[in-house]
Design a protein around this ligand. Structure first.
Ligand SMILES: CC(C)(COP(=O)(O)OP(=O)(O)OC[C@H]1O[C@@H](n2cnc3c(N)ncnc32)[C@H](O)[C@@H]1OP(=O)(O)O)[C@@H](O)C(=O)NCCC(=O)NCCS
Length: 185
């Protein structure tokens, strides 16, 4: 089975190898993010690891796919770990509320490396991340998926997710229709 680990130097060689195999931990920016992360690891591994754990939102603003920048929310990333890097899962939130700004596509996002898909890893990682979400004070989380992502929809439903409805992503993300789920904590 898996655990979700706070990214540390001991995990880095395996994580870097997954990036080098062409996996992306970022479902929106895909290979651009893979390249950026490999460069950041090369430049300063310790700073890279620190950037993944930012519960006070100290990091720089976030650039949306259309180039708009928005303030960074508090958040952190955990690596899905089965003895090797198996994926990545992130949590972000607004201080003092369970609501999210309209440009934020859910509290939690995740990606499993393709060579370890279908083993229940994402389902278990989300279950573990819900404990972290409770611990930062959220009373529910929203998770969004594309209509053509049944695997992710199953992961959410297996964790008690309820379909809230369809919505159109903000223009900065291209405006496509998407599904919003809610999990009460
Ligand atoms: C979505 C993703 C995270 C799932 O990871 P995973 O570890 O393989 O997920 P799990 O094994 O926990 O569960 C996947 C479920 O979807 C099912 N599934 C997988 N592919 C499917 C498909 N094409 N159609 C329908 N169901 C599918 C699996 O059978 C499993 O269901 P089960 O528990 O009833 O057997 C992984 O495929 C991924 O990283 N995809 C790319 C990034 C992404 O889409 N992230 C989510 C964005 S919201």
């Amino acid at each position: 089975m898996i655990e979700i680990v706070k990214p540390a130097l001991e995990h880095l060689p395996s994580y870097k190898a997954a990036l080098e195999r062409g996996w992306s931990p970022d479902n929106v920016r895909l290979l651009e993010a893979t390249r950026e992360q490999l460069e950041a690891i090369e430049r300063d591994p310790v700073a890279f690891l620190a950037s993944l754990d930012d519960p006070q939102a100290k990091g720089p603003p976030i650039a949306l796919p259309d180039g708009t920048t928005v303030p960074r929310l508090p958040g952190f990333r955990r690596w899905i770990w089965d003895g090797e890097a198996a994926g990545s899962i992130g949590l972000r939130w607004q201080k003092g509320t369970s609501a999210l700004p309209p440009h934020v596509l859910g509290h939690i996002g995740y990606a499993v490396v393709p060579w370890k898909e279908g083993r229940g890893y994402a389902t278990e990682a989300l279950r573990l991340m819900l404990d972290e979400a409770r611990a930062v004070g959220l009373d529910h989380v929203e998770i969004t998926t594309d209509l053509d992502n049944p695997a992710s929809q199953k992961v959410i439903l297996a964790n008690g997710g309820i379909l809230v409805g369809r919505f159109a992503k903000v223009a900065a993300y291209g405006g496509a229709e998407s599904l919003r789920f809610r999990i009460d904590l």
